[in-house]
Design a protein around this ligand. Structure first.
Ligand code: NAI
Ligand code: MG
Length: 357
C-alpha cells in the first residue's frame, strides 16, 4: 500500500523537524518490507519563496496538494514578512479551502521529561484539545480604518463567526473521540458570560448534542477557569473542545505543562475526507534557534504518528509513540527539555528505539 504525502517544510526549524518525521516514516516503511510505502513530494513554499515570487502558494498549487493522501507541514513565519501575511498566505490558505475543521492536539506527558505539573504520586496525565479550526475568532472577518476620521482615530473590527452547523460538527467530533478513550468525558470551553451571542450558541449546541451521548460525562467551563484547571486539576481532563482562539491558547499551555512547546503534535483533519488532512507540530518556526540544528523533533514526529493513524496504520502509529517514550525514558532529551541531543541525534535515538520494537 502506497501513501502519497505532500511535504511543506516552510520556514525556520520547519525543515529540520519535517526531515526528522520523514526519517521516522522511512524507517516504518523499511520495517514493513514493502507492505507500506510513503511517496513524498516536497513543496518549496516558504517565506523566502514568497519574497521572490509574491505568493506562498502558486496558481494550481492547491490542486497539486489535493492529489496527495496527506500534507506534512513544518512551520511558517519569518522576521521579513508580517506574521498575519505568512499565516494567511500558507497555513490558513490550506486549512480553510480544504475545510480541515477539526484540529486535534494531544497533550502528552513523556517519561523522563520534567513537567511543572507532574508529581511523583500523580496518576498518568493525558488529554486532547479539540480545536474548532474553520471559523470562530479566526474567520478573518472585519476591517481597518472604519472610523474614516484619520490618524489617531482609527477603528478596527475583528468579528467572530459561529454557525450552528460549525459548532455542532466539532462538538460531535469531540464526543465521538471521547467514546474511544478510557475516560469518556468532554469539557466544553467558552466565554459565554461575556460574549453573549456566538458563545451562547455554542453552549446551547453543546447541551443539545450531549443528550445524544448519555454515556459521556460533560462539563461546560469558562476559558479563564479552564486555564486554571489545566494547571490545578489536569487529572479531570480527557477531551477539551473549544473555539479556534481558545483552543489555540489552551493547547500551547498544555504543551508547556507537558514540558515544552517542541513536544506538541497536531492534526488538521477534514473528517469528511473530501480533502487531504494536514499534520504539523503545534510550534512555529522558532527563529531564535533556527539554523542551529538543535530543535526538538518530537512534536513533528508525533504529528507524523497522527498521520499514520489517519492512514489506518494504528499499530505503526503506536510503535512511533512507544519509540519516543523509550527514547525520553532512557534519558535522551533535546535541549529544550534540558538534554544534550541535537535534532538529528534525538531523531536517530527514536529511530533506534523504533527498530528495536
Ligand atoms: P514558536 O513556536 O516558533 O517559538 C516559541 C518558543 O518556543 C521559542 O523560544 C522557540 O525557540 C521555542 N520552540 C518552538 N518549537 C521548538 C522546538 N521544536 N524545539 C525547541 N524549541 C522550540 O513561536 P513564536 O516565537 O511565537 O513564533 C515564531 C514564528 O512562527 C512567527 O513568525 C509565528 O507567526 C510563526 N508561527 C507559525 C505557526 C505555524 O506555522 N503553524 C504556529 C505558531 C507560530
Ligand atoms: Mg498556536
Amino acid at each position: 500500500q502506497t501513501f502519497s504525502i505532500a511535504s511543506i517544510p516552510g520556514d525556520g526549524i520547519g525543515g529540520e523537524v519535517v526531515a526528522a518525521g520523514l526519517r521516522v516514516l522511512d524507517t516504518i516503511a523499511k520495517q514493513s518490507e514493502g507492505a507500506v510505502e510513503f511517496d513524498v513530494t516536497e513543496f518549496p513554499w516558504s517565506s523566502e519563496y514568497y519574497l521572490k515570487n509574491g505568493h506562498y502558494i502558486p496558481e494550481g498549487g492547491l490542486e497539486e496538494l489535493q492529489k496527495h493522501d496527506a500534507i506534512y507541514f513544518g512551520a511558517v513565519g519569518t522576521a521579513d514578512v508580517p506574521d498575519h501575511t505568512s499565516l494567511w498566505g500558507l497555513r490558513l490558505a490550506i486549512t480553510q479551502p480544504f475545510d480541515q475543521w477539526a484540529n486535534i492536539r494531544p497533550v502528552t506527558f513523556l517519561p523522563g521529561v520534567q513537567s511543572p505539573l507532574r508529581k511523583a504520586d500523580d496518576t498518568e496525565l493525558d488529554w486532547i484539545v479539540v480545536r474548532e479550526n474553520s471559523e470562530g475568532e479566526y474567520a478573518g472577518m472585519g476591517g481597518r480604518n472604519l472610523s474614516g476620521r484619520g490618524p489617531g482615530n482609527e477603528v478596527a473590527l475583528q468579528t467572530s463567526l459561529h454557525t450552528e452547523k460549525g459548532c455542532e460538527r466539532i462538538i460531535r467530533f469531540a464526543f465521538d473521540l471521547a467514546r474511544t478513550r478510557e475516560v469518556k468525558k468532554v469539557s466544553s470551553v467558552t466565554k459565554s458570560n461575556a460574549q453573549q451571542y456566538g458563545m451562547v450558541l455554542w453552549d446551547e449546541v453543546f447541551a443539545r448534542v450531549a443528550q445524544d451521548y448519555p454515556d459521556v460525562e460533560t462539563e461546560s467551563v469558562l476559558v479563564d477557569a479552564m486555564s486554571a484547571k489545566f494547571v490545578l486539576h489536569p487529572e479531570q481532563l480527557s477531551v477539551v473542545v473549544a473555539s479556534n482562539l481558545h483552543a489555540d491558547i489552551l493547547s500551547d499551555l498544555g504543551s508547556a505543562l507537558a514540558g515544552s512547546l517542541g513536544l506538541a503534535a497536531s492534526a488538521n483533519l477534514n473528517p469528511d475526507r473530501r480533502f487531504p488532512s494536514m499534520f504539523e507540530p503545534v510550534h512555529g518556526s522558532a527563529p531564535d534557534i533556527a539554523g542551529q540544528g538543535i530543535s526538538n523533533p518530537i512534536g513533528a514526529i508525533s504529528s507524523a504518528a497522527l498521520m499514520l493513524d489517519e492512514f489506518g496504520l494504528h499499530t505503526e502509529a503506536d510503535r512511533v509513540r512507544k519509540a519516543i517514550e523509550n527514547a525520553t525514558g532512557a534519558g535522551i532529551l533535546p535541549r529544550d527539555l534540558g538534554g544534550e541531543s541535537n535534532t538529528v541525534e534525538m531523531t536517530e535515538a527514536i529511530v533506534t528505539q523504533l527498530e528495536a520494537i
